[in-house]
Ligand binder design. Structure first.
Ligand code: SF4
Length: 332
């Protein structure tokens, strides 16, 4: 019988799911993904996780708790660095340990360490570490990974050409739908923030859909290629050493400079130290270029009515600006 590996639908899932799914599938392992975040998963996470954690970490705990008795093992990588001389948030690094400490009755946790701070060479070690849970053949593991990686690269190239992640929820269901609606939008708004805040429609209360219903096209930084992102962050007075910061700041700067967006909605988790710095940089740039900016902070207490009111007010302000020729504050 095939072994089953659980992949929690949270945190880096939205960035790497396709790579992981193909890799495990190539190894002959059955992949079980937890369902989209819902009330039950959130409650499980709140119950299991420490109070001080940010919302995405709590949600991730909920997904692990959901999977724990349905699979033989759960994949919870320890992300230290995914780019040379850059780092991930300390909570990404501590995630496997937090999970093991907080949730009882877990199956095997595959806590592969990803640390590319010095070079990409350690990736091979991480891949072999992961694959050895399922086969002794290094050759088979590396082949499974290479094939998965090729497909993953094609997928990320599609995203930089304007296609939203296929597995992302709340945006476009498929390419055809996107094409057919492309011309109908009256404006474009950048949904900015960590992928797990932007693409988890339960925790962000499906903001992308709310925009679409109002005739506004949501844009994300996945549409900006890595070279462009890094070109824009290279102009900062201090080096950006968080990889997510590179993407958020560089992506936003490039879209502002290209005059590709009519406004920015930054979705941040309450208490996120990284976001407080990144948001400040983006807000300043938006102000210089007269691009409306608003911040939505989410936690487990956030109510949908409040979010709806903020979005409606922001969209009203954009419309008012359009009809009154830029004679309005940058702030939503
Ligand atoms: S970057 Fe912010 S939202 Fe993401 S895990 Fe760290 S503290 Fe939480």
């Amino acid at each position: 019988m095939k072994q089953k590996i659980g992949i929690p639908r949270g945190m880096f899932y939205y960035d790497y799911y396709l790579l992981w799914e193909r890799f495990f599938d190539n190894l002959g392992v059955e992949v079980v993904v937890s369902p989209k975040t819902n009330k039950d998963i959130l409650n499980r996470g709140i119950h299991a996780c420490v109070d001080e954690a940010c919302l995405p970490v709590k949600v991730f705990h909920g997904h692990v708790d959901y999977l724990k008795d349905k699979v033989d093992c759960i994949f919870v990588p320890k992300f230290i660095s995914i780019y040379k001389k850059e780092y991930c948030c300390p909570k990404h690094l501590g995630l496997p340990d937090m999970i093991k400490h907080s949730i009882d009755g877990l199956p095997e946790i595959i806590d592969t360490q990803i640390n590319l701070r010095k070079s990409n060479r350690s990736l091979k070690k991480s891949v072999l570490y992961t694959g050895k849970y399922f086969t002794r053949s290094s050759r088979k593991i590396l082949k499974a990974f290479d094939e998965a990686y090729d497909q993953f690269i094609q997928y990320t190239e599609l995203m930089s050409r304007g296609i939203i992640p296929i597995h992302a929820v709340g945006l476009w269901e498929n390419l055809e739908l996107k094409k057919s609606h492309n011309e109908d939008y009256r404006s474009q708004i950048l949904l900015l923030g960590h992928s797990y805040n932007i693409y988890d429609e339960y925790i962000n209360m499906n903001i992308a859909n709310k925009l679409k219903k109002n005739g506004v096209k949501p844009i994300t930084v996945e549409m900006v290629d890595d070279d462009t992102i890094r070109y824009h962050t290279s102009k900062l007075s201090k080096r950006m050493f968080w990889t997510h910061g590179q993407k958020i700041v560089g992506g936003a700067f490039s879209l502002i400079d290209a005059k590709a967006i009519n406004g920015i909605i930054y979705i941040s988790s309450f208490g996120c130290g990284l976001d407080s710095v990144l948001m400040e940089l983006v807000e300043r740039k938006a102000k210089e270029h007269n691009v409306p900016f608003t911040l939505l902070t989410i936690d487990e207490q956030t109510g949908e009515a409040g979010i709806n009111t903020r979005i409606e007010a922001f969209l009203d302000m954009l419309e008012w600006r359009d009809t009154n020729e830029d004679n309005f504050s940058t702030y939503g």
